[in-house]
Design a protein around this ligand. Structure first.
Ligand code: 13P
Ligand code: SF4
Length: 300
């Protein structure tokens, strides 16, 4: 075993730590993690762990969500610069202003938001549960849905509900173009086309299934198909290949790389455990407000 992995394993034990890795993390980070998963799965694990330290290998809003749920634990992110540009596309002030324009609306926000924005939400959602959650709000006349306009468009079409959306989007998923999907379908006509709901509506139209990364993983495991065109960040393909060695995976676009998800590597995981850095802590007044929409989501 590599020396660095031995050191990580020793410190993980000494510090009573768990390492969580999002499905887009580098292979070396996925390999060292206790759990891999999507945003919802990792939040649930963080909420229920008995570990004292959570090393969150993902982007900042994910570690922040874990910290909101576990204020007594030390939540660390191995590179504090790993942010999510989509989450930065809406500020609390923007949301307050939007809510003032629609005072009767219920406010639903994607988990890809800052803690300060979550503090202004009624309910949080992830790409796994967004459709179900909006269907449950049938008694509400107006729904604000922020910040991803493409997720909002997809959810709106699936549920038949008009949503008041925001002009946010994922800079990585918009790199996947309809012509990329068409080219891959021509090259692999038997392959199932799986895309993330952060993709553009034109790409979604060409998909067999629209799935969060966690649902994509389960779909591939359960499917009898042998080939898959993957329309999301390319990092997930490593996990798909590891756990489905007899199946083939083709990235819709090699350009779909989230640079922030690639900022964490093994060295940074080790330093994080050595120095207990960078701690992600949310001010208590914001945390108390931000936990409500997250708990509401987890209970739904
Ligand atoms: P998932 O919840 O599907 O893993 O999505 C998180 C994300 O940031 C996708 O870009
Ligand atoms: Fe944010 Fe997009 Fe990266 Fe996901 S892939 S973390 S939405 S920038």
């Amino acid at each position: 075993m590599k020396k660095i992995i031995k050191e990580i394993n020793k410190l993980r034990k000494d510090r009573n730590a768990i390492i969580l890795a999002h499905n887009y993390q580098l292979p070396e980070v996925q390999d060292v993690a206790d759990y891999r998963g999507d945003s919802l799965e990792l939040s649930r694990i963080a909420a229920s762990t008995s570990a004292s330290v959570v090393v969150f290998c993902g982007v900042h809003f994910m570690a922040e969500t874990a910290s909101i749920l576990c204020p007594d634990k030390k939540v660390l992110i191995p590179d504090a610069r790993a942010g999510c540009p989509m989450a930065n596309m809406i500020t609390p002030e923007d949301l307050i202003e939007l809510k003032a324009r629609h005072p009767k609306a219920v406010t639903v926000g994607y988990v890809n938001t800052s803690a300060a924005v979550k503090a202004e939400l009624d309910i949080c959602c992830t790409s796994t549960n967004a459709v179900d959650l909006i269907l449950k709000l049938k008694h509400k006349d107006e729904i604000i849905f922020i910040p991803d306009k493409y997720l909002a468009d997809y959810v709106s079409k699936k549920t038949g509900r008009r949503l008041i959306s925001w002009d946010g989007y994922c800079p990585t998923h918009v790199k996947i173009l309809p012509e990329d999907i068409i080219r891959q379908i021509r090259a692999h006509p038997q392959a199932k086309v799986l895309v993330h709901p952060e993709c553009t509506p034109e790409v979604i139209l060409l998909a067999d299934e629209v799935l969060s990364t966690g649902k994509m993983y389960k779909y591939v495991k359960d499917s009898s198909a042998k080939e898959f065109i993957i329309g999301t960040e390319v990092g997930i393909i490593y996990r798909l290949k590891c756990d489905n060695p007899s199946k083939s995976f083709y990235p819709a676009s090699e350009l779909a790389v989230c640079p922030n998800m690639k900022k964490i590597n093994l060295e940074k995981v080790l330093w994080s455990l050595e120095d207990l850095k960078e701690e992600v802590k949310v001010p208590e007044d914001i945390r108390k407000k931000a936990i409500r929409p997250i708990e509401k989501m987890l209970s739904m």
